[in-house]
Design a binder for this molecule. Structure first.
Ligand SMILES: [Zn+2]
Length: 230
């Protein structure tokens, strides 16, 4: 067997020019990006700093709508992800089972998983072209974001991409709709507050304001002390 059977080829990525890596149609760099992120063009995945910008929105939304049927169902589904059991004994399914045990051992809860997916949905809504329109790229990013809930056990060790993708796929299937509903609702809530704040500048337009004359606790106390507005 000579190298003439595997003529050195050029990386498939336009304007790269490096020769291909093994049987890959990309060079080592682009092959590694394709493996990690699902696309040779993706230089980096989603960083924690990308998600931080959405943390307060997600946390506020989750606590505001905590006692709803939607949240209860989403938490059950998220628990289902943590309790994942392999279906066919394939290597990547066993790896995902092991990964979920790592999270559980680290005290990660269904609520943590749900919050992560919501963060990813909020991020994607703000930057729709981030994943080059690829569901696979986004699934890998969601899976990686979830696994970052627990520190890597060995420095530099990575989870198998296929297992990370399965995790992201499950998280999307179970929780993406909830994340999008929450995103839209939080946005609407913010718009309402904005309208009210804008209206507080309008001292010219007439509006009926209800007078509140129901006796309240503390009212007599305030009147006695001469506190204005009692
Ligand atoms: Zn290349």
């Amino acid at each position: 067997m000579t190298t003439s059977n595997h003529p050195s080829r050029i990386c498939d990525e336009p304007r790269c020019g490096r020769s291909t890596h093994g049987f890959s149609s990309w060079c080592a760099t682009h092959a590694s990006r394709a493996y990690l992120h699902g696309c040779p063009k993706m230089k980096a995945g989603v960083r924690e700093s990308d998600l931080r910008a959405w943390a307060s929105w997600v946390n506020e939304g989750l606590s505001r709508y905590r006692s709803t049927a939607a949240t209860a169902a989403a938490l059950k589904l998220a628990q289902g992800i943590l309790d994942y059991r392999n279906e066919n004994g394939f290597g990547y399914q066993l790896e995902l089972e092991r990964m979920m045990l790592i999270l559980k051992d680290d005290g990660v809860t269904a609520g943590d998983i749900l919050r992560r997916v919501c963060l990813m949905v909020f991020l994607a809504s703000a930057a729709p072209h981030r994943y080059h329109g690829s569901t696979k790229v986004e699934n890998l990013a969601i899976g990686r974001a979830i696994m970052r809930l627990a520190p890597l056990q060995r420095r530099g060790k990575r989870y198998a991409s296929r297992a990370v993708h399965l995790l992201g796929e499950m998280a999307r299937d179970y929780l993406y709709v909830f994340g999008m509903r929450l995103h839209d609702r939080v946005k609407q809530d913010a718009a309402k507050v904005y309208e009210l704040k804008k209206a507080t500048m309008d001292l010219d337009t007439h509006a009926e304001v209800p007078t509140d004359d129901t006796p309240r606790a503390g009212q007599a106390h305030r009147r006695k002390r001469g506190i204005v507005g009692a």
